[in-house]
Every structure is written in structure tokens, then in C-alpha cells.
Ligand binder design. Structure first.
Ligand SMILES: Nc1ncnc2c1ncn2[C@@H]1O[C@H](COP(=O)(O)OP(=O)(O)OP(=O)(O)O)[C@@H](O)[C@H]1O
Length: 656
């Protein structure tokens, strides 16, 4: 090939092209200093794919609808891989690496990277939808790993295309339980140290996470099947046993993870007679009776038993993961012991379980005032109502008052009522206040942090004396109320600032129920389904019930829900409204639920802890569009303006 590197290219790029051109004419010379895997890929690029090294190609990002098709095809894997993707990215983000998960055709179907570098990453092809197939992009970690099925580092000039030679990329394959390549996990950096050894740790890390994702997928696939887990180290089997084999109760092997498959293949090589049959049984693989393996959990105190593998005469320690049916039954029993309104609060989340347990104890303890805390939209009012509905007061009124929504001038008369002629303009017969209306039942005071100081004193009296004095009245009237309050603010901070009475705080906070944010809930999946089913059931027509397609569920699970369950409900109602088929797909979801899938800015825990920061971040994300933030949080615009003022948040265009 003639050497014709374009002059506008950088010197490094021209040298790279000249080197590849020499390889074409004299492969043996170049082979001495190039990793053979990389060199074979270079030759494929030149001879098989007919890529022209003198014409570097910019990264290709597929259109949105094509990306959706690719994501759809690997939806089950994406759901399982999410935790691994987040964990791995949290380890590499500080080192300026990005993470890509590409499907078996080389299209990037999941991505995590620094939003601050969005433009540069997109240019380099480190982006959602980028095509890293070797046939298009030339030698690269994703494409070459896909071709060879082996983990690989592709460091700087090892890339074929001169546009990628500043990158360093490290990738490992993820296979399905039958050994077919499903995806490739990759970490890449725009700029890296020159020495390729710097990437060796990365290779171990990516390989480890690829295996964990592969195993999580395996266990998800075979959750209703018997599975054995085994390792040569006894101590590690329960924690991180490397081999997994799914089997029928007869002992016939159904599938295995990569370690299991290697053992099976070694077995078949050593005992070729077994190669002729696909019906390999576990008692052929290990020197033991199938009944002994199925009895491991009952017969051994540490639920482990040693067996010798016939493939290599090595001793493996084996544990048995039994069918998931039993724990599901157990979960039903514990949920069944809760009153229905409390059981409906959630499925299997530790924080929600605590709330349910405490609420059960408190529902008839009316002398203990309950304070419910949690971000906006997490269901504080729903919990208050569930407490009421589970108590003996359930047939009496539940009166909910949002202290932030009632103008300060009206809140006193609304709460306490007034006597006839108490003030001009008032109703001539006077008015019963909300406190009196809750008599016999529950008074729920939402946003208690917004209660004016003067009224806090009067409320304290209601709590202490259990009586209320309407405005302008001479005598108090007795009330029998259960008081539940809620806040999304840190009341102890308000107390420290003198904006909330300390004695009232202690009175109200007899017991605290803290609700988790939706993004933190372990039962997100079930909750999304429940909210969806409830919305469908509420529809007043007899259209057939639509289904929530897996790609939509995957997007909903990936979103961070700043407005929590309220925002989820709005998003699903929106999707139900605009979907024209009988399925809700990712395309029917509001745009904002998808935006974070490209690059997901994660707030550090200490940032989240200050609510002013959370609001400022949200405003910033929505380009200071107050209406958008109000919609997102499900509150009115004036509420947002009030919060901004209170938290001293000034939009950039108003800053001098
Ligand atoms: N466990 C749940 N299951 C189904 N829907 C729920 C659940 N919890 C809350 N919701 C729904 O989410 C929305 C917000 O709930 P709620 O008003 O109780 O939240 P909140 O924390 O009191 O909000 P705010 O702080 O803004 O007052 C409501 O539409 C409610 O029906």
C-alpha cells in the first residue's frame, strides 16, 4: 500500500498510518513489537474489512430509534447489569474513565461518563449509541473483544483508526449461560499514561465485573431452577463461588457459567465418551451421588459439601441454591400479617419494612405523636392515611392540612376556627376549624416546618390540653385527635435557627418514620408495577389493559426520580395518555425520564443532605425553568419561588 497520510493530521496520527501501511506490506516485521491479537485484528481490518488507514473516520453514533432497538434486544441483561455498571463506574469515574456496555453487534447500549466532558466524549465515540464494531471502527477493545471473545486492552496506537489513538480502552466479554457472547463491558479514557502496563489493573477490574454481571444474569435466568455454586476455596463458595451450574432435579445439567463450562469441557476432553451425549449429569461431572448433592442444605451445618471433579481430580466445595419458591411463600406470610393499608406501602425494601413494623406498633398508640420525614412525593401523606386506616379510628375523619399551602393570614382561622362575629367579613355563624373537624379521628399536618411561630405556640396548647379555642371564642372545646405531622425539611436545623419551637418539636416527634427516596428503594420494580396497575385500574373506560414493556421498565428503573412516587405517577399517567398501542414503550415516557440515561450525574451523599443544594441542582438541570422544576416536583411555581427565596438561591441571570 502506498503511504499517503493526509497532511492535516497530527504527527502521531501520520506516523501511525505509515506504520500500518508498512504492516500491510511486511507483516512479519511489525509482528515483533505488537501484541499478536492486535496484529491479527489489524490484518482483518486491512484484508477482510478493507478499511483504509489513511482515511481516519470520526466516531459513528447510531440514531435514537436504532439505539432503542438495540437496547430492547438486551433489555433483560441491562436490568441485571445496572448495579454492576453503577458500582464499576463509581470506582473509575474519579480516574477520568468512562464506562461502556456494548451489545453483541458493538453498539453502546449503556454508558456512564462525566457530563462535564459530554462534547469531547461524543466526538471520541465514548457515548451512548456509539458503534464500536471492528468492521466499522477498526481494531478497538470492544470490537476486537467481540471478535475474539477474550478480554483485551487496546491502548493508544494499538487502535487501527488514527482518530482513536489518544484513547485507552479495556474490555471483557459477557456471555449467556450457553457461552454465546451477549455484550462487552468496557472502560475507556480520553487521555491516558503512555505505558500500556498502566491498564493492567483495569483489565482485572473489568473482567471481574463482567463475570459478576454474567453470573447475576445466570442466576436471574435460572431463578426457578436448582443451581450449584462451587469453588476450590471453601471460604469463598457462599461469598463468591466462581462456578455455577443449573440442573434438573434428575441431575441433568441444563447450563453453566464460564467457569462451569470450562470444567465441563475439560471433563469431556478427558472422558470423550461423554462428549457424545448432551445429557451430561452432575454425578458424572463430580464423583458423588446426586442425592448427596440435593441434600447439602440439610446434611451439612455450613451448607457445603466437598466433591472431586472427574475432569481434573480437583476437590471442589459445592453449595446448593434451592428454588426461589420457598422464600416467596415466606415473604407472603410476613406481608399477610400486616393490615392491608400498611402492606400496600411497599414490597421488599428494608427502610419500608421498618416503617411498616413501627407503624403497626403505633397505629393505636395515640398518645405518641408521629413525625413522618422524607423527600417530597415519597408518600408521607399515604403513610399517615395508612396509619389512620389501620387504627381503631379508621371510621372517624382523617383531616389533612398542608401548612405550606394555606396563606399565613388564613392558617389560624382554618385550623382553629372562629366564633360568630369574631371578625368582619367572617361567616355570621362562625366556622369550625380543621382541628375540631378531626375530632375522634386523625389530624395530619403536612409541611409542619412551614407553620408560623405564633401558631406553633397555640398548637402546643392543643397537644398539651387536648382542647382548642376558636378565634374570638370565650371557652375552649375538648378534642380527641391523633396528631401526625410530616416534613421534607430538617426540623432540627429550623430549631437551631430559632424558626421552630424546640418544645413543639419534641412533642411532635414522639416517633419518627423516615421514608426512603424512590431511587433508593429496593422494591422499585414492584412499586412501579403497582402504581402502573393502579392507574390502569382507575381508567374509566373498558379499553384492554396495556402492558408496560421491558424497555420502558428499564428506563424507569434507571431514572433518579427527584419528585419520587408523585413524579413516577405523573410519568406513567402521561405515558398511558399518549401511548397509541396496547403497550407502553420507552418512547411514551416523558423526555426527562430518559435524559439521565446518557450521562447520569450522581450527587454525593453529603450534597444531597442539604436541601438547598438539591433544589439548586434541579434548577440548574432544568436550565432555571421554574415551571419545569415545579412540574417535576409536583408543586406550584410560587412554592418553588418561596423555597428559592428561603434558601437564598438566585438564578444566574439575576446575579449582579
Ligand atoms: N406506597 C405507595 N404506593 C402507591 N402510590 C403511592 C405510594 N406512596 C405515595 N404514592 C403516591 O405518590 C403521590 C405522592 O404521595 P404523598 O402526597 O403521600 O407524598 P408526600 O411525601 O406527602 O409529598 P409532599 O412532601 O409533596 O407533600 C400520591 O399520588 C400518592 O398516591
Amino acid at each position: 500500500m502506498s503511504i499517503a497520510a493526509p497532511h492535516h493530521l497530527h504527527r502521531d496520527q501520520r506516523q501511525h498510518i505509515e506504520r500500518l501501511a508498512r504492516l500491510d506490506t511486511n507483516a512479519q516485521v511489525a509482528a515483533q513489537d505488537v501484541n499478536p491479537t492486535i496484529q491479527r485484528s489489524w490484518l482483518r481490518c486491512l484484508n477482510e474489512y478493507k478499511l483504509d488507514p489513511t482515511q481516519p473516520r470520526p466516531a459513528r453514533v447510531v440514531p435514537h430509534h436504532t439505539l432503542i432497538e438495540h437496547r430492547d434486544a438486551v433489555d433483560e441483561l441491562l436490568n441485571v447489569a445496572r448495579a454492576g455498571v453503577e458500582q464499576l463506574y463509581s470506582q473509575i469515574a474519579r480516574l477520568n474513565y468512562v464506562l461502556l456496555l456494548a451489545d453483541c453487534r458493538g453498539i453502546t447500549v449503556e454508558f456512564r461518563g462525566d457530563p462535564g466532558q459530554d462534547a469531547a466524549l461524543r466526538r471520541a465515540g465514548l457515548y451512548l449509541g456509539a458503534d464500536w464494531n471492528e468492521r466499522f471502527a477498526g481494531t478497538c477493545a470492544v470490537g476486537t473483544c467481540l471478535h475474539d471473545g477474550e478480554a483485551i486492552i487496546c491502548h493508544r496506537q494499538e487502535h487501527f483508526d488514527a482518530s482513536h489513538i489518544a484513547l485507552t480502552c479495556t474490555a471483557a466479554p459477557i456471555c449467556d449461560p450457553h457461552g454465546n457472547m451477549m455484550a462487552v463491558l468496557d472502560i475507556s479514557a480520553l487521555n491516558s499514561p503512555k505505558a500500556s502496563e498502566s491498564q493492567n489493573f483495569g483489565l482485572s477490574l473489568v473482567t471481574l465485573y463482567a463475570r459478576m454481571i454474567e453470573d447475576a444474569y445466570f442466576l436471574q435466568r435460572y431463578r426457578d431452577t436448582l443451581v450449584i455454586r462451587f469453588d476450590t476455596a471453601r471460604e469463598f463458595v457462599h461469598v463468591n463461588g466462581r462456578g455455577l451450574i443449573a440442573l434438573e432435579e434428575s441431575g441433568r445439567i441444563i447450563a453453566a457459567n464460564s467457569v462451569g463450562r470450562r470444567l465441563i469441557s475439560a471433563h469431556q476432553q478427558r472422558w470423550p465418551s461423554w462428549s457424545n451425549t448432551l445429557q451430561l449429569s452432575l454425578d458424572a461431572l463430580f464423583d458423588g451421588e446426586i442425592a448427596d448433592i440435593l441434600a447439602i442444605n440439610r446434611a451439612h451445618f455450613d451448607k457445603l459439601c466437598a466433591f472431586r471433579a472427574r475432569a481434573n481430580d480437583t476437590t471442589y466445595f459445592v453449595s446448593l441454591l434451592e428454588l426461589k419458591r420457598a422464600p416467596r411463600e415466606a415473604a407472603k406470610v410476613s406481608a399477610a400479617s400486616l393490615p392491608a393499608p400498611l402492606a400496600r406501602l411497599g414490597a421488599d425494601d428494608p427502610a419500608i419494612r421498618n416503617v411498616q413494623r413501627l407503624a403497626l406498633r403505633l397505629c393505636d398508640e395515640t398518645t405518641v405523636n408521629v413525625l413522618i420525614s422524607g423527600e417530597t412525593g415519597t408518600g408521607k401523606e399515604v403513610v399517615a392515611r395508612a396509619l389512620h386506616d389501620s387504627s381503631q379510628r379508621r371510621h372517624a375523619p382523617f383531616v389533612a392540612v398542608n401548612c405550606a399551602a394555606i396563606p399565613e393570614a388564613l392558617i389560624e382561622s382554618e385550623l382553629f376556627g372562629y366564633a360568630p362575629g369574631a371578625f368582619t367579613g367572617g361567616h355570621p355563624k362562625g366556622m369550625r376549624g380543621l382541628i375540631a373537624k378531626a375530632d375522634g379521628g386523625t389530624l395530619f399536618l403536612d409541611e409542619i416546618g412551614d407553620m408560623p411561630l405564633a401558631l406553633q405556640t397555640r398548637l402546643l396548647r392543643v397537644i398539651a390540653e387536648r382542647e382548642v379555642v376558636p378565634l374570638g371564642a370565650q371557652a375552649p372545646c375538648k378534642v380527641d385527635i391523633r396528631i401526625i405531622t410530616a416534613t421534607h425539611r430538617h426540623i432540627d436545623t429550623l430549631v437551631a435557627q430559632g424558626a421552630f419551637r424546640e418544645d413543639l418539636y419534641y412533642r411532635l416527634n414522639g416517633a419518627q418514620l423516615s421514608l426512603p427516596a424512590l431511587r433508593e428503594r429496593a422494591d422499585q420494580h414492584q412499586l412501579i408495577r403497582r402504581v402502573f396497575d393502579d392507574l390502569v385500574a382507575e381508567r374509566a373506560d373498558d379499553r384492554p389493559a396495556p402492558s408496560l414493556r421491558a424497555d420502558a421498565m428499564s428506563a424507569l428503573l434507571a431514572y433518579s426520580w427527584p419528585g419520587n412516587i408523585r413524579e413516577l405517577k405523573n410519568a406513567l399517567a402521561f405515558a398511558l395518555m399518549i401511548a397509541d398501542g396496547n403497550e407502553i414503550t420507552v418512547n411514551d415516557l416523558p423526555e426527562r425520564c430518559l435524559s439521565q440515561r446518557i450521562t447520569k450525574p450522581r450527587l454525593e451523599p453529603d450534597e444531597v443532605s442539604t436541601e438547598s443544594h438539591a433544589l439548586a441542582v434541579l434548577l440548574h438541570q432544568q436550565r432555571w425553568n421554574v415551571s419545569a422544576v415545579a412540574r417535576l416536583l409536583g408543586v406550584s411555581r410560587p412554592t418553588i419561588y418561596r423555597q428559592m427565596k428561603r434558601q437564598n438561591i438566585v438564578p444566574p441571570h439575576r446575579q449582579s
